[in-house]
Design a protein around this ligand. Sequence first.
Ligand code: ADP
Ligand code: ASP
Ligand code: MG
Length: 411
Amino acid sequence: MARIVMKFGGTSVADLDRIRNVARRVKREVEAGNEVAVVVSAMSGVTNQLVKYCTDLSPLHDAREYDVVVATGEQVTTGLTAIALQAEGVDARSWQGWQVPVRTDGAHGKARVEEIDGSALIERMKAGQVPVIAGFQGIGPRERITTLGRGGSDLSAVAVAAAVKADRCDIYTDVDGIYTTDPRIVPRARKLERVSFEEMLELASVGAKVLQTRSVELAMKQKVRVQVLSSFEDKPGSLVVDEDEIVEQPVVTGVAYSRDEAKITLRRLPDKPGIAAHVFGPLSAANVNVDMIVQNLGADGTTDMTFTVGKTDLPRARETLENARSSIGFDAILTDPEVAKISIVGIGMRSHAGVAATMFNTLAEKGINIQVISTSEIKTSVLIGVEYTELAVRALHTAYGLDAPAGKASA
Ligand code: ADP
Ligand code: ASP
Ligand code: MG
């Protein structure tokens, strides 16, 4: 007997037939003698619609009210999944974030999980009941509903798995594992049987949506065994494991892309000490995360500063910078949402030279202009025009020898 957390993403609960399918999968685990807790996302597309309602009403809406709206998608699927389980003869009960409770900080829209008391859930599981928990949502310090950032149901699942001391956290989704890159863009992407926490963390943080970044971070910290598998097919999935459990390590393990960032350029800032602090201090106070940064020095003692922020943070970032204009002292602010960040990730990059050069050459051969570059120990990212996303990802996937042999394509 094992204790398992089963998490089902948006496409897995997209309609009633799929919810019935989820119920049958859960029933199978229960009948095998396991204790099961389920975490569900909203039906696919629902959260996007809810976000759009908020932004259409006001681009700079109150983040507390945004959370009230967007958390509703998961409330629907917990109830429906519990009903479907009951219809299958499985004892089940829905739990909203506040009922567990999933305690978070007060950073509405991207709250961090601070504590989950798993005792009530464990009690129910021991009594043979399946808790069906709303992913993505929690309760903040002022007893208000919070949400954990887009894709946050993965984090809910891992946090619940840690709280109930589960043997496994199974993330059911619409692909059958973690691939060398998004199999929807590169049909010759290869499924990885095992991925290290470090690489998965980097891949997720640069856009591989299959797992949310903070869920990987938490799994690594709390030693939760995470498995990614398909909710539609019975196939072995991919395991996220410690680095030393991986025998053969290629230099580059995966390629990821993100279209979720926007580029901001501040023109003609005074080139003097403290200028970066003047720019990034107010942004950080406004809860805007800055990712890639590049600074170009002009001949006249001024400088241009280019950086990226999350696309959804763009209106807030712009407003914040406009408000700080007099203390920063820039001439103009230019924004460009039509960009994509392409990244290569691999532990082997630590010990191999010339890995980034291959990336730059490959993109140059395709005539793709690089706007910003950033690197870390096991990752190199470039910012390019969004229209080149697919071309760049495919070319890099081939250049690093990641393509599956012909005939063995995934899709
Ligand atoms: P869910 O709704 O189940 O959480 P997501 O859409 O958040 O599903 O994540 C699954 C998607 O992640 C896949 O459909 C796939 O397009 C995308 N994806 C991006 N990178 C990868 C990768 N390296 N391996 C597998 N899937 C990936
Ligand atoms: N429903 C939320 C979202 O779309 C959370 C999730 O699916 O993980 O972002
Ligand atoms: Mg997801």
